[in-house]
Design a protein around this ligand. Structure first.
Ligand code: FAD
Length: 369
């Protein structure tokens, strides 16, 4: 179903959305009507109650149509899950039904101008004032910002470091909430990226998820699944690029033969397919570990994100090479995939940060890590 949706509703428009920087909200709501707005959200609030492994399959399929739109749906699902998992019953009932239908969209707000990889250094503060928190600070690079209705924001309510962080849901029309300009980007043009600014922004205490001080834990728990989804988006985008490269190689003639007849190119295609399959299979293993709440799930999710996003980018880039000069032209749809997949190596934790997470398990924490 997700594959058909991608082919019929996303793929035909993906290049235009990229060019026009159009965020296809109506199409995302159509995806939500098929159950993709709350994939692993509980069913009592309109979720689909599926597993992380199911989500990996869905995001791979959606990304064959457009990795950017699939990736935004992934972020939206991550935010909804954070509310489902850590929110009170009242918060679940208040926020999740409209998130599952994507009548409301959600954004994940962790990164700040001075705190990216070192997210626990975040400075946006939330000071208690009666029944409200007063938020001041700025979030950077927030996907969906300005359009989203619900902002899941990591703020400082206590001491420096991870244990002084809490998670607060800020609703769109809250006075004191504003947005920066839509960033001009290399890819991911079919979704907006803006700064989110809080100036004396009063948010009810009732919007805090869980107790004070567990916000960093909530943020990281969200990212375990988010990283699987982004990895799946890379695999889907790369599979789309590989399929295009295969078709092109069979058609394109050089030196009196189809370029697919050259063994050097056949070996390249074989390696692309093999590495993609290895990354996909490992991603499923990590997704199964997260479903099983395995103790090493975070480490496996970090490994999977690194492998899937690096492999996805390499395969897409090789697919561009197989298209020769035409791969560089927008009309062939390959350069967009390469541009879109590049950022998956950076966001939801850079691939260096993924190595840090894996290395901590091997050699323990060291200075700076
Ligand atoms: C298009 C886009 C959308 C995004 N969407 C969101 C979003 O919705 N929500 C959100 O919260 N954030 C979002 N981000 C932010 C993203 O998660 C950060 O850019 C990312 O975490 C890296 O942070 P930084 O850019 O500050 O880089 P830095 O942390 O400054 O890192 C710079 C470089 O140093 C490396 N580095 C840092 N520390 C170490 C170390 N200890 N060892 C080795 N290397 C290290 C990094 O890997 C990187 O290569 C988005 C970013 C982009 C580009």
């Amino acid at each position: 179903m997700a594959q058909d949706f991608a082919a019929e509703t996303l793929a035909p428009h993906a290049a235009r959305w990229d060019e026009e920087k159009h965020f296809p909200v109506a199409e995302m709501r159509a995806a939500a009507a098929l159950g993709m707005g709350g994939i692993y959200i509980q069913e009592d609030v309109g979720g689909s109650g599926l597993s992380r492994l199911d989500a990996a399959l869905i995001f791979e399929a959606l990304s064959t149509g457009c990795p950017t739109v699939a990736a935004y749906i992934s972020i939206h699902n991550m935010c909804a899950w954070m509310i489902d998992r850590y929110g009170s019953e009242e918060q679940r009932q208040r926020f999740l039904p409209k998130l599952c239908t994507m009548e409301h969209l959600a954004s994940y707000c962790l990164t700040e101008p001075g705190a990216g990889s070192d997210a626990a250094a975040l400075k946006t503060k939330a000071v208690l004032d009666g029944d409200y928190y007063v938020l001041d600070g700025q979030k950077q690079f927030i996907s969906g910002a300005g359009v989203s209705d619900v902002y899941v924001v990591m703020v400082r309510t206590g001491e420096p470091g991870p244990s002084g962080i809490s998670t607060i849901v800020v609703e769109k029309d809250t006075p004191g909430l504003s947005f920066g300009a839509n960033e001009k980007k290399m890819g991911w043009n079919a979704q907006p990226t803006r700064a989110v600014i809080f100036e004396n922004c009063r948010v009810p205490v009732a919007n805090r998820l869980g107790p004070e001080g567990i916000g960093f834990k909530i943020a990281m728990a969200g990212l375990d699944g988010g990283r699987l989804n982004i990895g799946a988006c890379s695999i889907g985008g790369a599979q789309g690029a590989l399929d295009k490269a295969l078709a092109y190689a069979k058609e394109r003639k050089a030196f009196g033969a189809a370029i697919a007849d050259f063994q050097a190119l056949q070996f390249k295609l074989a390696d692309m397919a093999t590495e993609l399959e290895a990354a996909r299979t490992f991603l499923w293993r990590a997704a199964s570990a997260l479903d099983a709440k395995a103790p090493d799930a975070t480490r496996l999710c970090a490994m999977a994100k690194r492998i899937a996003t690096d492999t996805g980018f390499e395969v897409a880039n090789d697919a561009l090479q197989i298209h020769g000069g035409y791969g560089y032209l927008a009309d062939y749809g390959i350069e967009k995939i390469v541009r879109d997949l590049r950022v998956h190596q950076i966001l939801e934790g850079t691939n260096e940060v993924m190595r840090m997470i894996v290395a901590r398990g091997l050699v323990g924490r060291s200075k700076g890590n």
